[in-house]
Design a protein around this ligand. Structure first.
Ligand SMILES: Cc1cc2nc3c(=O)[nH]c(=O)nc-3n(C[C@H](O)[C@H](O)[C@H](O)COP(=O)(O)OP(=O)(O)OC[C@H]3O[C@@H](n4cnc5c(N)ncnc54)[C@H](O)[C@@H]3O)c2cc1C
Length: 427
């Protein structure tokens, strides 16, 4: 008879980061660089596959603060912009990041997430965080003073316990603390699901648009095509519940049927070969009703996730991790200051997600699609839209207010005109 391994001796730390995706690794690296004693536990062993491969220019500023920009450049595909294609007409529009309102960050990368996440985790380790992989957190108890006792199971079944002065939940879609505290709320207005896989031999864009992500807009949803190194193309289909409920066969059958039914996607995939499993992710939009509590904060997908159409997930994860690191650091100095900072961050993050969500909810709307496919630059609203696509929904936006207000006003005017039957009104 074999007995369970003996529990290891309890550890202590300033901050426990649960999860080593982009959010957890970012927060751990920043806190360790400030001299905080950080423990990071991740249930997986890296490198491992993850979806979420297209990044935004605003990410570059965070890469610089982490000191990883060169390493990301080396492992990714250069991304100069985003292309939108109308599947029915073949009409296309390319938004080059170089034409946005902020000319400091005019490109980003499309990355194999296994290598990207492993790079960020190594960076956290190098900054001094005590990282353990294959270590799954099973339980967290918070005392009245906010300090926490957290238990995890290591690779050989050993139970590990840590006493932390502050906890950052970066568990992604597992949403550990949102589940524990009953805070997770599905976003019914973004009720979409996705099916995706990697292919070789897909027709890639060339010339000045090489490396762009393409969003193919089909009648009841959209496809992404994300070029990755080694001639890999990440292809995904996103739609509402109806498209997924009506399927008769497997997820792979659904993906192949939808590719065949889309003229613009099928044309690019004539010679394509599947080189990965086909994966489905459903009901993925949610947000927790609170971002933080006594001694803890959620960062990245652990707090919330929006639909992937504007590739905002990794940026939101890393930006909220920077906020989480600031909150944890000030909390350790003075919990009152930490609470005040957490309140500010909660407001800012919520407002940024609301702004993005306004656009996402309308992506299948004919007026919004017309504005994407035939963009006008009146009051610089096209350049403002490019800035949103580049990730400028999160930060201070000098001079961005007017173009975006003009974009929204034009949308409402055109929608009103359409409702009155004036179908030929253009922005
Ligand atoms: C279909 C789809 C397409 C997407 N496309 C894009 C895109 O093109 N661009 C983009 O920017 N984003 C995209 N995203 C979003 C992106 O995947 C996420 O927003 C991003 O990975 C969030 O990072 P994170 O660090 O918060 O979470 P994750 O990357 O999910 O990391 C969470 C980590 O926590 C660990 N963990 C979980 N539970 C525990 C536990 N109990 N104990 C210890 N460790 C634990 C996991 O092992 C994991 O490593 C997409 C998402 C979906 C669903």
């Amino acid at each position: 008879m074999t007995s369970a391994p003996a529990p290891s001796a309890p550890e202590t730390c300033d901050v426990l980061v649960i999860g080593g995706g982009p959010a957890g690794s970012t927060a751990a690296a920043l806190l360790a660089a400030r001299g905080r004693d950080v423990v990071l536990w991740d249930k997986d062993r890296h490198p491992r596959f993850h979806i979420g491969e297209s990044l935004l220019p605003r990410n570059l500023a965070i890469f610089d603060r982490l000191g990883v920009r060169e390493r990301i450049h080396a492992l990714g595909v250069f991304k100069p912009g985003a292309e939108f294609v109308d599947d029915a007409t073949g009409e296309q529009a390319v938004f080059s990041f170089a034409a946005g309102l902020d000319r400091r960050f005019t490109h980003c990368y499309q990355v194999p997430r296994a290598a990207f996440d492993a790079t960020l985790l190594d960076n956290a380790r190098a900054a001094g965080a005590r990282v353990a992989e294959e270590t799954r957190v099973t339980d967290a108890d918070f005392a009245g003073d906010g300090s926490a006792t957290v238990r995890a199971q290591g690779p050989d079944g050993t139970v590990r316990t840590v006493s932390a002065r502050f906890v950052l939940d970066a568990t992604g879609r597992e949403t550990l603390l949102a589940q524990k505290f009953g805070l997770k709320a599905p976003d019914k207005r973004l009720n979409t699901a996705a099916v995706y896989a990697h292919f070789r031999g897909v027709e890639a864009r060339t010339g000045e648009h090489a490396g762009c992500i393409t969003i193919h807009l089909v009648e009841d949803g959209w496809f992404w095509m994300i070029p990755l190194p080694d001639d890999i193309m990440s292809v995904g289909f996103v739609s509402g519940p109806a498209a997924f409920k009506s399927r008769a066969g497997s997820m792979a059958d659904l993906l192949f049927a939808r590719i065949a039914a889309s003229p613009s996607v099928a044309a690019r995939m004539r010679d394509a070969t599947l080189v990965s499993e086909v994966t489905g992710t459903g009901n993925y939009s949610y947000r927790a009703r609170a971002l933080w509590g006594e001694g803890w904060m959620m960062v990245g997908d652990a707090f919330g996730f929006l639909d992937p159409v504007f590739s905002s997930g990794v940026l939101l994860a890393m930006a909220s991790a920077e906020m989480g690191a600031e909150v944890a650091d000030s909390w350790l100095r003075d919990p009152r200051a930490g609470r005040a900072r957490a309140r500010r961050m909660e407001k800012r993050l919520g407002a940024s997600m609301d702004e993005l969500s306004w656009l996402i909810r309308r992506i299948n709307d004919p007026v919004m699609r017309a504005m994407f496919l035939r963009p006008r630059n009146m009051l610089r609203m096209r350049d403002g839209l490019i800035s949103v696509l580049a990730g400028h929904f999160l930060y201070e936006r000098p001079g961005f207010g007017l173009p975006l207000a003009a974009f929204k006003a034009t949308y409402y005017l055109m929608s009103g005109a359409r409702r009155l039957g004036l179908r030929n009104v253009t922005p």
